[in-house]
Ligand binder design. Sequence first.
Ligand SMILES: [Ca+2]
Ligand SMILES: [Ca+2]
Ligand SMILES: [Ca+2]
Length: 327
Amino acid sequence: MINTKHQALAISSIALLVTGCSPSSDTPSVSNINDYQGSASITQGKATTVESNLFECENGRSRVAGVGEITDSAGKVWTVPTENNFANGPKAFDLYEECSNTTPSSLADIDQTLVPVVEIDPDGEEVTGYIFADNYFELYINGTLVAVDTVPFTPFNSNLVKFKVNKPYTIAVKVIDWEENLGLGTEDNRGKAYHAGDGGFIASFSDGTVTSADWQAQTFYTAPIYDLTCLSEEDGKRLSESCTTEGTDHGQDAYAAHWETPSNWMSQEFDSASWPQASVYSEDDIGVNNKKAYMNFIEKFSGAGASFIWSTNVVLDNEVLLRYEVK
Ligand SMILES: [Ca+2]
Ligand SMILES: [Ca+2]
Ligand SMILES: [Ca+2]
């Protein structure tokens, strides 16, 4: 064993001398930025922090939810994980939120009459929504920002919303898989300094609407990318299925792919015909069986027929826009 290990180290050291790369398989191979031919704007490395932390947890622990900026080779500045309305948007009602000591064991413990009703149409039907996002959501109905998540990163939480609207109406949701290493799409987790976290979004509404593959999901920020040749595009899909999702201790030079968000993406009139259908993920994929914010209300999530959705890559796609028309 010892001899084999020494031999392996010797071979790795030769490889290091030849290629200039670190010997470990833990180290990403970084391709040249000129290799990339797709429609995204590419940045490399860590963003500059412009907001050190959007959220302080009063009770318990939370990951630092910062916001950064990074400039691409064309001089365009990108906000990471993305521009958001957490600071000033209307906060959703808490279903389960440890930082505010809102920890009911079931829906029966919640007084749902306290949930404020947002009027889209004064004569519309009142709809109640139950939402769990990994990690953050902003909900628009017919282009109006109805509610933003109350916790941007962690701990995992869930929310209630109410609105009055006439059918047909358009649900548009910005979802963010938040990141600790701004611009790099990673967090210190699972024993790795640059672990690629995952996303996930599930919701049901009292009018029978549930998240499903019938929703549309387009990605606008993908990271970390260590080899730009793994990115591809097909039928409107911004694909990264052949990109590694392995955590590393050396992710500081990772690339990120950014696409510009259309200014009216949340409006009822926006033409999302080119957007792909949402990809569906299981509860096991998202890893919710230890999360009370989800499990205590599971009858309003998978129990109501809703599925976890995201874009095609629930690990690497960190900003995703969702749309669905309720007929
Ligand atoms: Ca959240
Ligand atoms: Ca991620
Ligand atoms: Ca996450």
